[in-house]
Design a protein around this ligand. Structure first.
Ligand SMILES: Nc1nc2c(c(=O)[nH]1)N[C@H]1C(S)=C(S)[C@@H](COP(=O)(O)OP(=O)(O)OC[C@H]3O[C@@H](n4cnc5c(N)ncnc54)[C@H](O)[C@@H]3O)O[C@H]1N2
Ligand code: MOO
Length: 391
Protein backbone atom coordinates (compact mmCIF):
# COMPACT_ATOMS: atom_id res chain seq x y z
CA UNK A 1 0.00 0.00 0.00
CA UNK A 2 1.23 3.49 -0.82
CA UNK A 3 0.27 6.80 0.75
CA UNK A 4 -2.20 9.35 -0.60
CA UNK A 5 0.63 11.77 -1.42
CA UNK A 6 2.65 9.11 -3.25
CA UNK A 7 -0.39 8.21 -5.36
CA UNK A 8 -1.03 11.87 -6.20
CA UNK A 9 2.59 12.40 -7.16
CA UNK A 10 2.46 9.39 -9.54
CA UNK A 11 -0.63 10.85 -11.22
CA UNK A 12 0.89 14.33 -11.40
CA UNK A 13 3.82 12.99 -13.41
CA UNK A 14 1.61 11.41 -16.09
CA UNK A 15 2.22 12.63 -19.61
CA UNK A 16 -1.39 13.05 -20.69
CA UNK A 17 -2.03 13.49 -24.43
CA UNK A 18 -3.06 17.00 -25.42
CA UNK A 19 -6.45 17.19 -27.19
CA UNK A 20 -5.85 20.74 -28.46
CA UNK A 21 -8.61 22.24 -30.60
CA UNK A 22 -9.72 25.64 -31.73
CA UNK A 23 -13.16 26.64 -30.43
CA UNK A 24 -15.40 29.67 -30.93
CA UNK A 25 -15.13 31.79 -27.78
CA UNK A 26 -18.78 31.32 -26.86
CA UNK A 27 -18.23 27.52 -26.67
CA UNK A 28 -14.93 27.68 -24.80
CA UNK A 29 -16.28 28.41 -21.31
CA UNK A 30 -14.55 26.40 -18.56
CA UNK A 31 -11.57 25.53 -20.76
CA UNK A 32 -8.01 26.83 -20.34
CA UNK A 33 -6.14 28.82 -22.95
CA UNK A 34 -3.41 26.84 -24.72
CA UNK A 35 -1.95 30.09 -26.13
CA UNK A 36 -1.56 33.65 -24.99
CA UNK A 37 -3.79 36.10 -26.85
CA UNK A 38 -3.18 39.66 -28.03
CA UNK A 39 -5.60 42.37 -28.96
CA UNK A 40 -6.22 42.60 -32.70
CA UNK A 41 -7.12 46.29 -32.45
CA UNK A 42 -6.86 49.39 -30.27
CA UNK A 43 -9.82 49.35 -27.86
CA UNK A 44 -11.68 51.64 -27.96
CA UNK A 45 -10.73 51.95 -31.61
CA UNK A 46 -11.92 55.58 -31.71
CA UNK A 47 -12.43 58.38 -29.17
CA UNK A 48 -16.05 58.22 -28.07
CA UNK A 49 -18.56 59.59 -25.62
CA UNK A 50 -19.26 57.92 -22.25
CA UNK A 51 -22.56 59.82 -21.84
CA UNK A 52 -25.64 61.05 -23.65
CA UNK A 53 -25.12 64.82 -23.92
CA UNK A 54 -23.18 67.32 -26.01
CA UNK A 55 -19.63 67.16 -27.38
CA UNK A 56 -17.70 70.39 -27.59
CA UNK A 57 -14.24 71.98 -27.75
CA UNK A 58 -13.35 73.07 -24.25
CA UNK A 59 -12.44 76.67 -23.46
CA UNK A 60 -11.95 78.44 -20.12
CA UNK A 61 -15.19 79.86 -18.66
CA UNK A 62 -17.68 78.82 -21.37
CA UNK A 63 -21.37 78.57 -20.39
CA UNK A 64 -23.19 78.58 -23.79
CA UNK A 65 -22.71 76.72 -27.06
CA UNK A 66 -24.46 76.51 -30.42
CA UNK A 67 -25.67 73.00 -31.33
CA UNK A 68 -24.56 72.16 -34.90
CA UNK A 69 -25.70 68.58 -35.48
CA UNK A 70 -25.81 65.10 -34.09
CA UNK A 71 -23.48 62.11 -33.52
CA UNK A 72 -25.22 58.77 -32.85
CA UNK A 73 -23.55 55.47 -31.93
CA UNK A 74 -22.43 53.64 -35.08
CA UNK A 75 -22.52 56.76 -37.27
CA UNK A 76 -19.56 57.64 -39.43
CA UNK A 77 -20.94 60.81 -41.01
CA UNK A 78 -19.96 63.30 -38.32
CA UNK A 79 -20.10 67.09 -38.25
CA UNK A 80 -16.85 68.97 -37.60
CA UNK A 81 -17.07 71.61 -34.90
CA UNK A 82 -15.29 74.80 -34.01
CA UNK A 83 -14.90 76.73 -30.77
CA UNK A 84 -18.27 77.90 -29.46
CA UNK A 85 -20.09 74.97 -31.08
CA UNK A 86 -21.44 71.66 -29.75
CA UNK A 87 -22.87 68.47 -31.23
CA UNK A 88 -25.68 66.40 -29.75
CA UNK A 89 -23.96 63.10 -28.90
CA UNK A 90 -24.99 59.71 -27.51
CA UNK A 91 -23.14 57.10 -25.45
CA UNK A 92 -20.63 55.18 -27.58
CA UNK A 93 -20.78 57.60 -30.51
CA UNK A 94 -17.49 58.79 -32.03
CA UNK A 95 -16.31 62.21 -30.92
CA UNK A 96 -16.61 64.63 -33.88
CA UNK A 97 -13.43 66.29 -35.14
CA UNK A 98 -12.69 69.40 -33.14
CA UNK A 99 -14.40 68.15 -29.93
CA UNK A 100 -12.43 67.14 -26.85
CA UNK A 101 -15.06 67.07 -24.05
CA UNK A 102 -18.64 65.99 -23.34
CA UNK A 103 -21.21 67.49 -20.99
CA UNK A 104 -24.09 65.30 -19.75
CA UNK A 105 -27.54 66.32 -20.96
CA UNK A 106 -28.74 66.56 -17.33
CA UNK A 107 -26.31 69.46 -16.82
CA UNK A 108 -27.58 71.64 -19.66
CA UNK A 109 -30.61 73.68 -20.55
CA UNK A 110 -31.55 73.61 -24.22
CA UNK A 111 -32.84 76.86 -25.65
CA UNK A 112 -33.55 76.55 -29.38
CA UNK A 113 -30.24 75.81 -31.12
CA UNK A 114 -28.23 76.68 -27.99
CA UNK A 115 -27.30 74.95 -24.73
CA UNK A 116 -26.60 76.75 -21.48
CA UNK A 117 -24.77 75.33 -18.46
CA UNK A 118 -22.63 76.24 -15.46
CA UNK A 119 -18.96 76.64 -16.45
CA UNK A 120 -17.91 74.24 -13.64
CA UNK A 121 -20.01 71.44 -15.22
CA UNK A 122 -18.00 71.65 -18.47
CA UNK A 123 -14.71 70.04 -17.46
CA UNK A 124 -11.99 69.61 -20.08
CA UNK A 125 -11.74 66.01 -21.37
CA UNK A 126 -14.77 64.93 -19.33
CA UNK A 127 -16.82 61.83 -20.35
CA UNK A 128 -14.51 60.96 -23.25
CA UNK A 129 -13.23 57.37 -23.70
CA UNK A 130 -10.02 57.80 -25.65
CA UNK A 131 -8.76 55.39 -28.31
CA UNK A 132 -6.57 52.62 -26.84
CA UNK A 133 -7.33 53.31 -23.15
CA UNK A 134 -8.44 49.66 -22.60
CA UNK A 135 -5.57 48.18 -24.64
CA UNK A 136 -3.44 48.69 -27.71
CA UNK A 137 -3.29 46.49 -30.80
CA UNK A 138 -0.78 43.66 -30.15
CA UNK A 139 -0.98 43.98 -26.35
CA UNK A 140 -1.32 40.60 -24.56
CA UNK A 141 -4.78 40.48 -22.93
CA UNK A 142 -4.79 36.84 -21.68
CA UNK A 143 -1.91 34.52 -20.79
CA UNK A 144 -1.72 30.83 -21.74
CA UNK A 145 -3.31 28.78 -18.93
CA UNK A 146 -5.97 31.40 -18.14
CA UNK A 147 -9.40 29.93 -17.39
CA UNK A 148 -12.07 31.00 -19.84
CA UNK A 149 -14.75 32.76 -17.83
CA UNK A 150 -17.69 34.86 -19.03
CA UNK A 151 -15.56 37.90 -18.16
CA UNK A 152 -12.66 36.73 -20.33
CA UNK A 153 -15.05 35.88 -23.19
CA UNK A 154 -16.33 39.47 -23.04
CA UNK A 155 -12.77 40.86 -23.11
CA UNK A 156 -11.73 38.60 -26.01
CA UNK A 157 -14.77 39.57 -28.06
CA UNK A 158 -14.03 43.27 -27.49
CA UNK A 159 -10.50 42.87 -28.89
CA UNK A 160 -11.66 40.98 -31.98
CA UNK A 161 -10.69 37.41 -30.99
CA UNK A 162 -13.36 34.93 -32.07
CA UNK A 163 -11.57 31.55 -31.77
CA UNK A 164 -9.27 30.22 -29.06
CA UNK A 165 -6.98 27.21 -28.80
CA UNK A 166 -7.90 25.05 -25.79
CA UNK A 167 -7.18 21.52 -24.56
CA UNK A 168 -10.25 19.31 -24.40
CA UNK A 169 -11.17 17.07 -21.50
CA UNK A 170 -10.84 13.32 -22.11
CA UNK A 171 -13.64 11.20 -23.55
CA UNK A 172 -14.85 9.14 -20.61
CA UNK A 173 -16.39 5.69 -20.27
CA UNK A 174 -17.94 4.70 -16.95
CA UNK A 175 -18.23 0.96 -16.38
CA UNK A 176 -20.61 0.03 -13.58
CA UNK A 177 -19.96 -3.51 -12.38
CA UNK A 178 -22.23 -5.62 -10.16
CA UNK A 179 -25.02 -8.18 -10.57
CA UNK A 180 -26.88 -6.42 -7.78
CA UNK A 181 -27.18 -3.07 -9.56
CA UNK A 182 -30.65 -2.06 -10.75
CA UNK A 183 -31.41 0.97 -12.92
CA UNK A 184 -33.59 3.75 -11.55
CA UNK A 185 -37.23 3.50 -12.49
CA UNK A 186 -37.32 -0.30 -12.19
CA UNK A 187 -38.50 -2.10 -9.04
CA UNK A 188 -35.85 -3.67 -6.81
CA UNK A 189 -35.73 -7.48 -6.76
CA UNK A 190 -34.44 -9.16 -3.58
CA UNK A 191 -30.72 -8.41 -3.15
CA UNK A 192 -30.71 -5.56 -5.64
CA UNK A 193 -29.73 -1.92 -5.04
CA UNK A 194 -30.09 1.18 -7.18
CA UNK A 195 -27.18 2.43 -9.24
CA UNK A 196 -26.04 5.42 -7.16
CA UNK A 197 -22.54 5.62 -8.66
CA UNK A 198 -23.45 5.96 -12.34
CA UNK A 199 -25.68 9.05 -12.12
CA UNK A 200 -23.31 10.65 -9.58
CA UNK A 201 -20.27 10.23 -11.85
CA UNK A 202 -22.13 11.22 -14.98
CA UNK A 203 -23.44 14.43 -13.44
CA UNK A 204 -20.02 15.24 -12.03
CA UNK A 205 -18.36 14.74 -15.41
CA UNK A 206 -20.95 16.99 -17.03
CA UNK A 207 -20.20 19.58 -14.38
CA UNK A 208 -16.54 19.43 -15.45
CA UNK A 209 -17.61 20.30 -19.00
CA UNK A 210 -17.37 16.77 -20.42
CA UNK A 211 -19.99 15.82 -22.99
CA UNK A 212 -18.35 12.72 -24.49
CA UNK A 213 -19.45 10.22 -21.83
CA UNK A 214 -20.69 6.66 -22.07
CA UNK A 215 -22.02 4.71 -19.12
CA UNK A 216 -22.20 0.93 -19.41
CA UNK A 217 -23.24 -1.72 -16.96
CA UNK A 218 -21.57 -5.13 -16.80
CA UNK A 219 -22.35 -8.24 -14.84
CA UNK A 220 -19.78 -9.77 -12.49
CA UNK A 221 -18.48 -12.17 -15.14
CA UNK A 222 -14.84 -12.28 -16.07
CA UNK A 223 -15.31 -12.31 -19.86
CA UNK A 224 -17.87 -9.49 -19.73
CA UNK A 225 -15.59 -7.24 -17.66
CA UNK A 226 -12.51 -7.99 -19.82
CA UNK A 227 -14.50 -7.30 -23.00
CA UNK A 228 -16.06 -4.08 -21.68
CA UNK A 229 -12.60 -2.69 -20.91
CA UNK A 230 -11.18 -3.81 -24.24
CA UNK A 231 -13.98 -2.05 -26.14
CA UNK A 232 -13.95 1.17 -24.14
CA UNK A 233 -10.15 1.47 -24.39
CA UNK A 234 -10.55 1.60 -28.19
CA UNK A 235 -12.74 4.67 -28.09
CA UNK A 236 -12.25 6.52 -24.81
CA UNK A 237 -9.31 8.33 -23.20
CA UNK A 238 -10.34 7.65 -19.63
CA UNK A 239 -12.14 4.58 -18.30
CA UNK A 240 -13.65 4.67 -14.82
CA UNK A 241 -14.80 1.41 -13.24
CA UNK A 242 -16.92 1.33 -10.15
CA UNK A 243 -16.96 -1.82 -8.04
CA UNK A 244 -15.31 -5.19 -8.56
CA UNK A 245 -11.79 -4.07 -7.61
CA UNK A 246 -11.57 -5.73 -4.18
CA UNK A 247 -10.57 -9.32 -3.47
CA UNK A 248 -13.95 -11.10 -3.63
CA UNK A 249 -14.51 -14.10 -5.88
CA UNK A 250 -16.68 -11.94 -8.16
CA UNK A 251 -14.27 -9.00 -8.39
CA UNK A 252 -12.90 -9.19 -11.94
CA UNK A 253 -11.63 -5.68 -12.62
CA UNK A 254 -8.04 -6.45 -11.58
CA UNK A 255 -7.96 -9.41 -13.95
CA UNK A 256 -9.51 -7.30 -16.72
CA UNK A 257 -6.85 -4.59 -16.53
CA UNK A 258 -4.10 -7.22 -16.55
CA UNK A 259 -5.59 -9.11 -19.51
CA UNK A 260 -5.91 -5.85 -21.43
CA UNK A 261 -2.24 -4.99 -20.94
CA UNK A 262 -2.90 -1.97 -18.73
CA UNK A 263 0.23 -0.96 -16.75
CA UNK A 264 -0.50 -0.59 -13.04
CA UNK A 265 0.33 2.84 -11.59
CA UNK A 266 -0.86 1.88 -8.10
CA UNK A 267 -3.29 -0.43 -6.34
CA UNK A 268 -4.40 -0.02 -2.72
CA UNK A 269 -3.81 3.19 -0.83
CA UNK A 270 -3.47 4.01 2.85
CA UNK A 271 -6.82 5.80 2.95
CA UNK A 272 -10.44 5.43 3.96
CA UNK A 273 -12.70 5.32 2.12
CA UNK A 274 -11.33 3.86 -1.08
CA UNK A 275 -8.52 1.62 0.11
CA UNK A 276 -8.58 -0.72 -2.94
CA UNK A 277 -8.33 2.14 -5.47
CA UNK A 278 -6.56 1.16 -8.69
CA UNK A 279 -5.00 3.35 -11.41
CA UNK A 280 -3.35 2.18 -14.61
CA UNK A 281 -2.17 3.44 -17.98
CA UNK A 282 -2.13 2.06 -21.50
CA UNK A 283 -0.78 4.04 -24.46
CA UNK A 284 -1.78 7.40 -23.02
CA UNK A 285 -5.19 6.16 -21.85
CA UNK A 286 -5.95 6.06 -18.14
CA UNK A 287 -7.98 3.50 -16.22
CA UNK A 288 -9.28 4.11 -12.72
CA UNK A 289 -11.08 1.42 -10.76
CA UNK A 290 -13.00 3.07 -7.94
CA UNK A 291 -14.02 0.80 -5.07
CA UNK A 292 -17.77 0.28 -5.38
CA UNK A 293 -19.07 1.80 -2.16
CA UNK A 294 -20.52 5.19 -3.17
CA UNK A 295 -18.54 6.91 -0.39
CA UNK A 296 -15.29 5.68 -1.89
CA UNK A 297 -16.41 6.41 -5.46
CA UNK A 298 -17.10 10.06 -4.64
CA UNK A 299 -14.04 10.52 -2.44
CA UNK A 300 -11.66 8.85 -4.95
CA UNK A 301 -13.16 10.77 -7.86
CA UNK A 302 -12.60 14.08 -6.07
CA UNK A 303 -9.08 13.25 -4.90
CA UNK A 304 -7.64 11.56 -7.99
CA UNK A 305 -9.90 11.44 -11.05
CA UNK A 306 -11.00 15.07 -11.10
CA UNK A 307 -7.42 16.44 -10.91
CA UNK A 308 -6.39 14.09 -13.74
CA UNK A 309 -9.29 15.38 -15.85
CA UNK A 310 -8.32 18.97 -15.05
CA UNK A 311 -4.69 18.15 -15.98
CA UNK A 312 -5.96 16.79 -19.29
CA UNK A 313 -7.61 20.18 -19.79
CA UNK A 314 -4.24 21.79 -18.93
CA UNK A 315 -5.64 23.51 -15.84
CA UNK A 316 -2.59 24.96 -14.01
CA UNK A 317 -4.47 24.60 -10.71
CA UNK A 318 -5.55 20.98 -11.36
CA UNK A 319 -4.10 19.66 -8.10
CA UNK A 320 -4.80 22.71 -5.94
CA UNK A 321 -8.55 22.59 -5.53
CA UNK A 322 -8.60 22.63 -1.77
CA UNK A 323 -8.92 25.30 0.87
CA UNK A 324 -7.29 25.39 4.28
CA UNK A 325 -10.14 25.98 6.74
CA UNK A 326 -10.54 25.60 10.51
CA UNK A 327 -12.26 22.49 11.86
CA UNK A 328 -15.40 23.29 13.85
CA UNK A 329 -15.02 20.54 16.43
CA UNK A 330 -12.32 18.17 17.77
CA UNK A 331 -11.86 15.04 15.69
CA UNK A 332 -10.31 11.79 16.82
CA UNK A 333 -9.03 9.53 14.05
CA UNK A 334 -8.93 5.91 15.15
CA UNK A 335 -7.26 4.39 12.08
CA UNK A 336 -3.65 4.72 10.86
CA UNK A 337 -4.81 5.80 7.40
CA UNK A 338 -5.62 9.12 5.70
CA UNK A 339 -9.30 9.71 6.21
CA UNK A 340 -11.60 11.64 3.90
CA UNK A 341 -14.77 12.73 5.67
CA UNK A 342 -17.98 14.14 4.28
CA UNK A 343 -18.18 17.66 5.60
CA UNK A 344 -19.94 20.94 5.20
CA UNK A 345 -18.96 24.54 5.64
CA UNK A 346 -20.71 26.51 8.33
CA UNK A 347 -19.66 30.05 9.23
CA UNK A 348 -16.34 29.51 7.48
CA UNK A 349 -15.55 26.35 9.46
CA UNK A 350 -15.49 22.71 8.39
CA UNK A 351 -18.09 20.58 10.12
CA UNK A 352 -17.62 16.80 9.89
CA UNK A 353 -21.01 15.20 9.26
CA UNK A 354 -22.59 12.20 10.98
CA UNK A 355 -22.75 8.89 9.07
CA UNK A 356 -19.28 8.43 7.57
CA UNK A 357 -19.64 4.75 6.61
CA UNK A 358 -18.82 4.39 2.92
CA UNK A 359 -22.22 2.84 2.07
CA UNK A 360 -24.16 5.60 3.86
CA UNK A 361 -25.26 8.40 1.54
CA UNK A 362 -27.39 10.53 3.89
CA UNK A 363 -24.50 12.88 4.65
CA UNK A 364 -23.86 13.37 0.94
CA UNK A 365 -27.13 15.25 0.70
CA UNK A 366 -25.72 17.85 3.09
CA UNK A 367 -22.00 17.75 2.30
CA UNK A 368 -20.15 20.54 0.50
CA UNK A 369 -17.18 18.24 -0.06
CA UNK A 370 -14.59 16.23 1.85
CA UNK A 371 -12.16 17.13 4.60
CA UNK A 372 -8.79 15.34 4.76
CA UNK A 373 -7.41 14.10 8.04
CA UNK A 374 -3.77 13.30 7.38
CA UNK A 375 -2.38 9.78 7.82
CA UNK A 376 -0.05 10.87 10.66
CA UNK A 377 -2.74 12.77 12.64
CA UNK A 378 -4.64 10.92 15.34
CA UNK A 379 -6.35 13.92 16.89
CA UNK A 380 -7.22 17.27 15.36
CA UNK A 381 -8.37 20.03 17.72
CA UNK A 382 -11.19 22.40 16.85
CA UNK A 383 -9.83 25.51 15.14
CA UNK A 384 -6.89 23.71 13.48
CA UNK A 385 -6.58 24.27 9.74
CA UNK A 386 -7.48 21.24 7.64
CA UNK A 387 -7.65 20.68 3.91
CA UNK A 388 -11.20 20.92 2.60
CA UNK A 389 -11.95 19.70 -0.94
CA UNK A 390 -15.19 21.20 -2.32
CA UNK A 391 -17.18 19.13 -4.83
N1 LIG B 1 -11.76 -9.13 2.32
C1 LIG B 1 -11.81 -7.85 1.99
N2 LIG B 1 -12.99 -7.36 1.62
C2 LIG B 1 -13.07 -6.04 1.29
C3 LIG B 1 -11.94 -5.23 1.36
C4 LIG B 1 -10.71 -5.79 1.73
O1 LIG B 1 -9.68 -5.10 1.78
N3 LIG B 1 -10.70 -7.11 2.01
N4 LIG B 1 -12.10 -3.87 1.08
C5 LIG B 1 -13.40 -3.34 1.34
C6 LIG B 1 -13.46 -1.99 0.87
S1 LIG B 1 -12.67 -0.87 1.80
C7 LIG B 1 -14.20 -1.61 -0.19
S2 LIG B 1 -14.35 0.04 -0.59
C8 LIG B 1 -14.93 -2.56 -1.02
C9 LIG B 1 -14.63 -2.34 -2.50
O2 LIG B 1 -15.13 -3.40 -3.20
P1 LIG B 1 -15.34 -3.45 -4.75
O3 LIG B 1 -14.66 -2.35 -5.43
O4 LIG B 1 -15.02 -4.80 -5.19
O5 LIG B 1 -16.88 -3.12 -4.89
P2 LIG B 1 -18.13 -4.10 -4.85
O6 LIG B 1 -17.82 -5.23 -3.97
O7 LIG B 1 -18.53 -4.35 -6.22
O8 LIG B 1 -19.15 -3.14 -4.16
C10 LIG B 1 -18.93 -2.63 -2.88
C11 LIG B 1 -20.24 -2.09 -2.32
O9 LIG B 1 -20.69 -1.01 -3.10
C12 LIG B 1 -21.98 -1.26 -3.64
N5 LIG B 1 -22.03 -0.74 -4.99
C13 LIG B 1 -21.31 -1.18 -6.03
N6 LIG B 1 -21.63 -0.50 -7.15
C14 LIG B 1 -22.61 0.36 -6.80
C15 LIG B 1 -23.38 1.31 -7.52
N7 LIG B 1 -23.21 1.50 -8.83
N8 LIG B 1 -24.28 2.05 -6.84
C16 LIG B 1 -24.47 1.87 -5.51
N9 LIG B 1 -23.77 0.98 -4.78
C17 LIG B 1 -22.86 0.23 -5.41
C18 LIG B 1 -22.08 -2.76 -3.64
O10 LIG B 1 -23.38 -3.21 -3.66
C19 LIG B 1 -21.34 -3.12 -2.37
O11 LIG B 1 -22.16 -2.97 -1.25
O12 LIG B 1 -14.53 -3.89 -0.69
C20 LIG B 1 -14.52 -4.16 0.72
N10 LIG B 1 -14.29 -5.53 0.90
O1 MOO C 1 -12.40 1.91 1.49
MO1 MOO C 1 -13.87 1.22 1.57
O2 MOO C 1 -14.21 2.57 0.62
O3 MOO C 1 -13.77 1.79 3.27
O4 MOO C 1 -15.48 1.14 1.97
Amino acid sequence: MISVSEAKSILQKLNLPNRAVSLPISLAIGHFLAQSLSSKIDVPSFDNSAMDGYAFAWEEGIDRLEVMGEAAAGSSDLPKIEKGQAVRIFTGAPLPAGADSVIMQEKVKRVGDFIQFKPEDATQGNHVRYRGTQCRQGEVVAEAGAKITPGLVSLLASVGVNEVLVSLAPKVAIIITGNEIQELGKPLEPGQIYNANGPALESWLKNLGISEIQQIKVQDQKEAVVEALSQTLEEYDLVIFTGGISVGDYDFVKIAVEENGVRQLFYKLKQRPGKPLYAGEKEGKIVFALPGNPGSVLSCFLQYVKPVIQSWKRDPEAWNYFKNLPLSQDFEKKIPLTQFLKARIQNGKVQVLQGQESFNLIAFGLADGFVEILEESSYVEAGRLVRFYPW
